[in-house]
Design a protein around this ligand. Sequence first.
Ligand SMILES: [Zn+2]
Length: 493
Amino acid sequence: MSATALTLAGAATPAQATPAHAAPAPGGPGAGDTYYPDYGNSGYDVGHYDIRLRYTPATDRLTGTTTILATATQDLSRFNLDFLLDVSSIYVNNRPATFAREGDHELVVTPARTIAGGGAMTVVVQYSGVPSTEVAAGFTAWTRTADGAVAVGEPEIAWWWYPSNDHPTDKATFDVSVAVPTGVEAISNGTMPRPPVQESLGWTRWSWRSLKPQATYLTFLTVGQYDVTQDTTADGTPVYNAYSQLLTPELREAAQVSVERTAEITDWESTLFGPWPFEARGGVVTPPGTLGFALENQTRPNFASSFFRRGANTSVVVHENAHQWFGDSVSVAEWKNIWLNEGFASYAEWLWSEKNDEGSAQDLFDYLYARYPADAPIWTTAPADPGTDRLFGDAVYSRGAMTLHQLRVAVGDDTFLEILRTWTAEHRYGNGTTEQFTALAEKLSGQDLDALFQAWLFTPAKPVLAAATKLTRPAMPRSWPEISQTHELLHKH
Ligand SMILES: [Zn+2]
């Protein structure tokens, strides 16, 4: 039902215009996240974002119009968006709306007419600003570069460039189109519905489209001088890779020999985790000094160039692409579930090491278990509830991977892979919780795994291993230097 239909019905028969239900109420300023109560909002559900921008690298000036197609989930008198830039106008269902700022990043929108629960909402927000000057949550997630900008971050990034319902529980499809000075590249997720077009003298518009549900933080914009390569995989999936022209020749080569293996690596990952969930693949390597980490942006991760400073690094390509299943297709229901992303992506690196005879997952487990003393943060933090300060800490990544290894040892390889594939199939394009995962593992294995998960996920202490299974001086697996370098950087979110 559309809002227009409602209005017409109301005009014809005024007595029926107001059904017998509670008075319209404001939507809430949060999505119910324990760690980040004011991230996301309640009262509506977004289906699609159309983000249409113009960006000038020399001044970092961003102007734009974002059109949001949403459905009210209650009778709505007003609602919130999460956004920082200066708003000049908002239309809701064809009429100007009033709006105000609240708190750190809330934009409170009051439509001219209330929206009926289940009714359609078209929200058009016009805005402009200099994103690098905006501070929220104590920092600026938008990164200016010598030749452009990088909008890549977790959990915070959307606020700096488009208004949204900023929580992974409200996924949507996206169109991102950006006009930049001709000669500059603008890269985002998914595929290009049309090649870059000369829009006006000196300006070229780049268009990108995400066809599958995508979380707001996984939507990215990278602008600058890039070499963009375009190809297709054996199954016809488009591959777009982009390399900053500011990379030194050595970094460029090391990045290329790693990122150009994305199709091979994701083919291998799909033999383990299930079919590739999205419509495109690829990777973006940003200029030196831009990012301190890599992020699993949907269809196309962004990598800091520092991952490649010692040469090829396939472990980070394995990690970010494993996230396409664990994090992007199956997203956290709450940020405290972050080990469901990072533990799984880290374990994919162990499986890659095992496949390449550079150390088995058991070797890596033994090495890590012996490496950290009982008072190290990896043991004193419970992966299933790390807190916001350690959201990207060792416990979430390495102990998360160790947890999965203990599960694999307990249930056997076949059941372990069945658990992973059932997880990615049952929660595809949705969300998952730790409790749902542990319940699935118990169901498919037919085992009581309470003690295992209690010790490895929920207890802030070093789990005890049977003496017979514990090595005192395990050798360093050959993959460890690369994996540890990757993780050192990944923790710098
Ligand atoms: Zn990760």
